[in-house]
Design a protein around this ligand. Structure first.
Ligand code: HEC
Length: 107
């Protein structure tokens, strides 16, 4: 079943991102608990990282938004249950994670 919210795509041009940030974000995610609820290609307890990448353009404003959401947790954007909070993460770390996730968009 495809959730209605998964078809929502925010239009916008991607900004150029430093590959080093993407790499650090990947490492941070590997050492956190994200994969308990997220998979790269398929939905799990939360939306797939590729679905998230498809929705948001690679822009600072969305990276900031996603970083705040990773830290504070919450619901309502996708029609899934709640994402738990990650209050121990620094904002810059959460933002690197968000950058990695948005880099996974299928071309
Ligand atoms: C307990 C399960 C769970 C864990 C652990 C989890 N997530 Fe999530 N995540 C979710 C759910 C559920 C949603 C959908 C929330 C919604 O509908 O607003 C979500 C949504 C997201 C989104 C999209 C938010 C939006 O507003 O569009 C991002 C980005 C994300 N998660 C990243 C992460 C990262 C990075 C980690 C690891 C630090 C992580 N998640 C760990 C369950 C989880």
């Amino acid at each position: 079943m495809v959730e209605k919210n998964e078809t929502l795509i925010i239009p916008g041009e991607d900004e150029v991102i430093d590959a080093e940030i993407v790499r650090k974000g990947e490492v941070l995610i590997a050492y956190s608990n994200c994969y308990e609820c997220h998979k790269e290609e398929n939905k799990a307890k939360g939306p797939s990282f590729q679905a998230i990448a498809k929705r948001y353009p690679m822009q600072q404003v969305y990276l900031d938004h996603l970083a705040r959401k990773i830290i504070s947790g919450g619901s309502g954007a996708w029609g899934y249950p709640v994402m738990e909070a990650h209050p121990h993460l620094k904002f810059e770390e959460a933002k690197m994670m968000a950058t990695y996730i948005l880099s996974l968009e299928e071309k």
